[in-house]
Design a protein around this ligand. Structure first.
Ligand code: FES
Ligand code: FE2
Length: 428
């Protein structure tokens, strides 16, 4: 374990150096082609599609936007997956309308056909003796199944890393997990910040009788935060005092590029990704155990045929003021709706020069600086360390009652124990 430790002493984190300038905010939030952060994302395998979106060979293709690019994913006759740029290289018709036939996707405008490598394998609009088709390639990104999802790699082919060993991808019983996907209608950083913001669970997700989703009364005290930089990203812990005289610790690992595994004592495991769709919308992927028996609402409720939550900003997330008066702080149902309401309400891309950051924002402050640092280093030719070994992605969250006041021994003990546990054979 390498790196530094940061505590949330007020003197260390208050002040202008924590704030992002307008220029830094733009660098952090923009992830389209050619941007600093976009290039960092393009070094990683990114979650993209649920398996049911491309269920079988030669099934219909699907549209998919990610990192500001419009793509069409298809599964060929051999079951291989690829993501083609949506516009046909001939004259730009959408390949979404393409016919998925023997080992390739055929544009329906003039019949050019492309395989999963992007090669043009048929060009019926040109004379038979022409070799023009050998000179044309579709822009393509590889796709692969791994851990119950379809992933995409959008970086330079020579830099393509092995598939990451996120814990749910390689551990026994991973097939029992559920994958949820939906779209957030704001820049990706806002959603991600909520996943490293332990202080909000004591309000946003809390019921008035103090039995919120986490069902741990100790959650509701102001946490003292500590953070350790690691090879995979960082881990931060929130320490809360308990009447018993010890502490309740919640440790959340942040694994590059944006995976967070949030402790949940009731039905723990899994984690969340927030991935830029474009600069003003983002994808959420949650990997969870099946909903517990006491759950009365679906994990995430989408408008059929869309990735949009039924409760969204156009209907004020169906806030119920009577519920807010008598039952919970937000007046909204489910963590997913509550999180979306607060982070989308900041606007499409929040102007972070207007913030007032406190001690409980430590992990958010660190994450922004950290990602900017890694993106700048990449520009100088320094690759993220985690990409050198897929096993570095293997982490789990921790929740524990202990008299230990320091984050590091708790994390190192649990992480060592985790790494000793058996893993299933990785998918790739
Ligand atoms: S635009 Fe696709 S074949 Fe002509
Ligand atoms: Fe939340």
């Amino acid at each position: 374990m390498s790196g530094s430790r940061i505590s949330s002493s007020a003197s260390k984190i208050e002040g202008d150096e924590c704030m992002l300038s307008q220029a830094e905010n733009q660098l952090l939030t923009r992830a389209g082609p050619g941007t600093l952060m976009g290039e960092l994302f393009r070094r990683f395998w990114l979650p993209a599609l649920q398996l049911w979106e491309l269920p079988e060979p030669d099934c219909p293709p699907v549209r998919f936007r990610i990192l500001g690019e419009d793509l069409v994913a298809f599964r060929d006759s051999e079951g291989r997956v690829a993501f083609l740029r949506e516009n046909c290289p001939h004259r730009g018709a959408s390949l979404f309308f393409g016919r998925n036939e023997e080992s390739g996707l055929r544009c329906v405008y003039h019949g050019w056909k492309f395989d999963v490598s992007g090669a043009c394998v048929d060009m019926p609009s040109e004379p038979a003796e022409s070799n023009f088709k050998a000179k044309v390639r579709a822009a393509v990104y590889p796709g692969v199944e791994h851990g119950g999802l379809i992933w995409i790699y959008m970086g330079p082919p020579e830099k393509q890393p092995p598939l990451p060993h996120y814990h749910w991808c390689i551990q026994p019983k991973s097939e029992t997990l559920r994958v949820y996907k939906w779209m957030q209608e704001s820049n990706w950083v806002q959603g991600l910040e909520g996943n490293i913001d332990t202080a909000h669970i004591g309000f946003l997700h809390r019921t008035l009788d103090q039995m919120g989703a986490q069902r741990i009364p100790g959650n509701f005290n102001a946490p003292r935060l500590q953070l350790i930089e690691t090879e995979f990203g960082f881990v931060y812990g929130g320490r809360r005092d308990r009447p018993e005289g010890d502490y309740y610790w919640r440790l959340t690992p942040f694994v590059l590029p944006t995976f967070t595994s949030i402790p949940n004592p009731v039905w723990g495991g899994g984690g969340l990704f927030v991935i830029p769709r474009d600069d003003t919308t983002s994808w959420w992927f949650t990997i969870s155990e099946p909903m517990p028996a006491y759950a009365t609402t679906p994990y995430v409720d989408l408008i059929p045929g869309t990735w949009r939550q039924t409760r969204n900003r156009e209907n004020d997330y169906m806030i119920d003021r009577e519920m807010q008066r008598t039952y919970n702080y937000s007046g909204m149902v489910t963590n997913r709706v509550q999180d979306a309401a607060v982070t989308e309400s900041m606007g499409a891309v929040y102007d972070r020069t207007r913030e007032h950051l406190g001690t409980s924002d430590l992990a958010i402050i660190f994450m922004r600086r950290y990602l900017l640092r890694l993106a700048r280093q990449l520009q100088e030719g320094i690759e993220p360390r985690v990409l050198s070994d897929p096993r570095l992605f293997l982490v789990r969250p921790v929740h524990i009652y202990t008299e230990e006041a320091d984050l590091r021994p708790i994390w190192e003990r649990d992480h060592a124990e985790h790494l000793r546990q058996p893993v299933a054979v990785p998918a790739g």
